[in-house]
Ligand binder design. Structure first.
Ligand SMILES: Nc1ncnc2c1ncn2[C@@H]1O[C@H](COP(=O)(O)OP(=O)(O)O)[C@@H](O)[C@H]1O
Ligand SMILES: [Mg+2]
Length: 421
C-alpha cells in the first residue's frame, strides 16, 4: 500500500496562522479561499515537512507571529513528522516509536509529488525521458528511432532519384510500332536473292520459249521433210507457251527501301531501348523506395510493440518521436485535466510508495473537469491535496487570513467527493 497523509497541523508557516486538515484518503481534497489567504502556504508547508531542506521556504516563519513555525504531519504508515522550535528541527518517529530522519522519509516520498509543476514545466523531451526511464525501454526506443530516422533519410534520397529518373525517362523520345531488337539486313538480302533467283528462272523459261520458237521456224522450214518433227515442235511450243503464260515478276523496290530504312529503324530501336533502360532504372529506384517504406513501417511497428509491451503507467500514454503522447495528443494539445492525469500517473510510478500528490492552482479546471480528475484519482487510489481560488462546494476547507474560514468540528468537515456535483 502506498503512503498517504492522515492529518496535518500547520502553525505560523508563511501566510498560515493555524490550519489543521484531515485530507480524504483517496481522491481530491480542495483547499479553497480567495487570493493571498494562505492556500499555497499549506502546500509549501507540507512539502517542507516531508521533502526536507531543499523545500524550505525562504522565509518560513510567519511575519508578526509570536511562536515559531510548527508543522506536524501524520502518515498512514504510522510515521509522524514534526518540525518545531527555533531551528525548525525535524523529528521523524515511526509506528514503533523509533526515531528516523529525512532518509526514512525519502524512501517513500517522491519529490516530484511535492512539486508537480517541476514535472509539468519540464521540456517535452524531459517528460518523455522520465516516462521511458520508469518503463525501462528508453535505450531500445532510442535505437529504433535512430534506425527509423536513418531509413527515412535514405528513403527521401532514393525517392528524389526515382522522381528524377522517371522524369528523365518520360522526356526521352519514343517510337511506337518499332521492333524491340535491331533488324539484320541479311534476311532481306536473302529474300531479295531468292526473288532474283526466281526471276532468273523466269528468264530462263522465256529464253526457252524463244529457243523453241526458233526450232518451230526450223521445223516449219523442214515441214515437208519432217512432219513428225513439226508436230513435236508444235507440241513443245504449246507446252512452253503455256509455261510462260501468266508469269509476273516480283518487285524488289520495297526491300530496297527497307534496306535503306534499316539505319533509321535501328536508330529508333536504340532510342526505344534507351528509354526502356531508363524506365527500368526508375522502377528499380521506386522498388527500393517501397522497400525502405516497409522497413520504416516495421521499425514503427517494433517501437509500438516495445511501448505496448512495457508497463505504462496510464492506458493511452506513449512516447512518439521523443515526446509524450496521451490518446494521440501531445502535451500542448492535452486538456488541463489530461495534463494533470498524465503528470500525476508518471510521478506516481516514479515512486509507487508515495500515495499522494500536491497540486496548486486548480482554478484552471472547471468543476466538470475537476470532477473527472477527482474520479480518476479515486480510481487510482491516489490522494491529492490541491488549492483552488473558490469558495464552492468542491472545497474541503476554506482558508481566510491564514486560518480555516469557519472552523467546524472534524466530523462535519466538508470532504469533496468525486461525482458529488
Ligand atoms: N513569511 C510570511 N509571513 C507573512 N506573510 C507571508 C509570508 N510569506 C508570504 N506571505 C504572504 O502570503 C501571501 C501569499 O500566500 P499564499 O499562501 O501564496 O496565498 P494563496 O495561495 O492563498 O494565494 C502573500 O500576500 C505574501 O506576501
Ligand atoms: Mg496560491
Amino acid at each position: 500500500m502506498s503512503v498517504k497523509i492522515n492529518t496535518l497541523e500547520i502553525e505560523n508557516v508563511k501566510r498560515i496562522k493555524a490550519v489543521a486538515l484531515t485530507p480524504s484518503k483517496t481522491g481530491l481534497t480542495v483547499i479553497g479561499g480567495k487570493n493571498r489567504q494562505g492556500k499555497t502556504s499549506v502546500l509549501d508547508a507540507i512539502a517542507w515537512a516531508l521533502g526536507g531542506d531543499s523545500f524550505k521556504p525562504s522565509s518560513p516563519a510567519r511575519e508578526g507571529a509570536v511562536g515559531d513555525p510548527h508543522l506536524k504531519v501524520t502518515l498512514d504508515n504510522g510515521i509522524t513528522v514534526e518540525r518545531s522550535g527555533k531551528n525548525s528541527s525535524l523529528k521523524v518517529i515511526d509506528s514503533t516509536g523509533n526515531k528516523g530522519g529525512q532518509q526514512l522519509l525519502n524512501s517513500f516520498i517522491e519529490k516530484l509529488a511535492l512539486d508537480l509543476p517541476r514535472f509539468m514545466n519540464a521540456s517535452n523531451k524531459e517528460k518523455a525521458d522520465t516516462l521511458l526511464k520508469i518503463i525501462g525501454v528508453g535505450d531500445k526506443l532510442y535505437e529504433l528511432e535512430q534506425q527509423e530516422q536513418l531509413k527515412y533519410n535514405q528513403r527521401t534520397t532514393i525517392g528524389r532519384i526515382a522522381d528524377q529518373k522517371e522524369k528523365f525517362a518520360k522526356e526521352m523520345p519514343s517510337f511506337p510500332g518499332i521492333p524491340a531488337e535491331p533488324i539484320s539486313p541479311s534476311e532481306l538480302i536473302t529474300q531479295q536473292q531468292e526473288i532474283l533467283a526466281r526471276n532468273g528462272e523466269n528468264l530462263r523459261k522465256r529464253q526457252q520459249k524463244e529457243y523453241y520458237a526458233g526450232q518451230l521456224e526450223l521445223a516449219k522450214a523442214e515441214y515437208e521433210r519432217a512432219l513428225s518433227a513439226l508436230k513435236s515442235a508444235e507440241n513443245n511450243f504449246k507446252l512452253a507457251s503455256l509455261d510462260a503464260e501468266d508469269l509476273v515478276d516480283e518487285s524488289t523496290v520495297e526491300l530496297e527501301q527497307n534496306i535503306a530504312d534499316i539505319e533509321e529503324i535501328n536508330r529508333k530501336v536504340n532510342a526505344n531501348a534507351d528509354r526502356l533502360k531508363a524506365q527500368q532504372e526508375a522502377e528499380g529506384y521506386r522498388k527500393e523506395y517501397d522497400n525502405l517504406t516497409s522497413q520504416i513501417e516495421q521499425l514503427r511497428h517494433d517501437k509500438k510493440q516495445l511501448l505496448e509491451g512495457a508497463s505504462l503507467p496510464l492506458p493511452g500514454l506513449s512516447v512518439e518521436q521523443g515526446e509524450l503522447v496521451y490518446n494521440g495528443q501531445k502535451w500542448d494539445c492535452m486538456s488541463g485535466a489530461e495534463q494533470l492525469i498524465v503528470a500525476a500517473s508518471i510521478v506516481r510510478k516514479l515512486n509507487p510508495e508515495c500515495g499522494f500528490v500536491l497540486l496548486d492552482k486548480l482554478e484552471q479546471l472547471d468543476t466538470d473537469t475537476l470532477n473527472e480528475f477527482g474520479k480518476w484519482l479515486e480510481q487510482e487510489q491516489l490522494q491529492a491535496i490541491a488549492t483552488r481560488v473558490s469558495k464552492g462546494d468542491e472545497c474541503s476547507i476554506i482558508i481566510e487570513d491564514g486560518m480555516p474560514a469557519a472552523p467546524a468540528p472534524k466530523t462535519e468537515q466538508k470532504t469533496w467527493k468525486a461525482g458529488a456535483f
